[in-house]
Design a protein around this ligand. Structure first.
Ligand code: HEC
Ligand code: HEC
Length: 269
């Protein structure tokens, strides 16, 4: 075999292996979870077969216990919660366990949500005139958290209610807990976009958000540039604007926007 053929064969083998991995990963990702995170979530864990459901109001009344449980596991995963978030399901051999009880308000909210989700899917099918539209599930909105509030809304409310130090602490906590999951966007650009939206009303807060971003992304030229723009536009502070453009250019010397801005700032326009 010629050298070039050998390389080609190796490249093909690598591409094939990559494809196998991607397929394997997506199959895994699409598979509904077989087990809920807590072992105690298994009704079978207390001995005997699961009892037939007796308080179904949304699901068809005759839905078999196993199917109800399978659905419940998907619901728990979609919200990142355990069964006891909605059910009376105390731990330990003597703990009270009554999945039929409607004591927890979250269970009733979940019923509202089940109906809502069904309605969305029905309207999608009829409204789009499509036989098989992409179906919406709890996870579409919830993405692994019980209250699917977006990060910018969480931060805005936290800053308004508790002040910036508490809001920043909350960001750090959320990042620690959820980084790498699908609930919140912790990418470099997310806080920049948020800071830009905050800048007109609260330029000092916006600068603090960008400083926080630089802790996590110290080489973020875009954060320095955004900071420069806020100093210039919203705070009329040319000196700090220039300092920050210069930092952006240190990191990314070819950044055309930064170069232009520095020229403008230095020529006094
Ligand atoms: C987010 C809330 C929520 C979570 C979490 C949840 N459930 Fe449920 N569960 C419900 C709701 C709502 C119903 C009632 C559905 C209906 O009325 O059709 C229900 C019904 C049931 C029933 C039928 C009870 C009966 O007798 O009618 C069982 C069994 C059950 N859940 C088990 C579980 C298990 C096991 C878990 C954990 C893996 C779990 N659930 C997690 C909301 C939840
Ligand atoms: C279209 C988006 C959407 C879908 C789909 C959706 N939810 Fe929700 N859910 C929300 C929103 C928004 C809230 C917060 C409402 C509020 O302000 O209290 C919420 C709140 C909840 C809560 C209350 C949490 C708490 O602690 O207060 C439960 C429980 C819940 N959803 C369960 C479900 C379940 C189960 C499904 C799937 C059957 C589902 N949701 C599907 C948007 C959705």
């Amino acid at each position: 075999m010629k050298r070039s053929q050998l390389f080609q064969a190796i490249a093909q083998a690598i591409a094939f292996m990559g494809a196998v991995l991607i397929v394997a990963a997506s199959v895994e990702a699409r598979q509904p979870p077989q087990q809920p995170p807590p072992a105690q979530g298994q009704p079978q864990g207390r001995g005997g077969p699961p009892p037939a459901p007796k308080n179904l109001q949304v699901l068809p009344k005759d839905t078999p216990a196993q199917e109800v449980n399978a659905r419940m596991q998907v619901i728990g995963q979609s919200l990142g919660v355990r069964c006891e978030y909605c059910h009376v399901d105390e731990p330990g051999p003597d703990g009270r366990r009554d999945m039929s009880a409607d004591e927890k308000p979250t269970k009733n909210t979940a019923r509202v949500m089940m109906r809502l989700t069904e309605e969305i899917n029905t309207k999608l099918a009829s409204g789009l005139g499509k036989a098989n539209p992409v179906s919406v599930g709890c996870v579409t909105c919830h993405r692994g958290v019980p209250i699917p509030k977006q990060l910018p809304a969480i931060l805005t409310d936290a800053a308004a209610d508790k002040g910036m130090p508490a809001a920043i602490a909350q960001y750090r906590d959320l990042r620690k807990q959820y980084y790498g999951g699908m609930a919140y966007d912790f990418s470099e650009n997310a806080l920049i976009a948020f800071a830009n939206r905050t800048a007109a009303a609260k330029p000092d807060d916006a600068i603090q958000w960008l400083q926080l971003n630089l802790e996590f992304y110290p080489k973020s030229a875009r954060s320095y540039l955004a900071m420069a723009q806020i100093y210039n536009r919203n705070k009329q502070d040319k000196e700090n604007a220039i300092k920050n453009v210069e930092k952006a250019l240190e990191i990314d010397p070819e950044n055309a926007q930064a170069k232009r801005m520095l020229d403008q700032l230095k020529s006094g326009h």
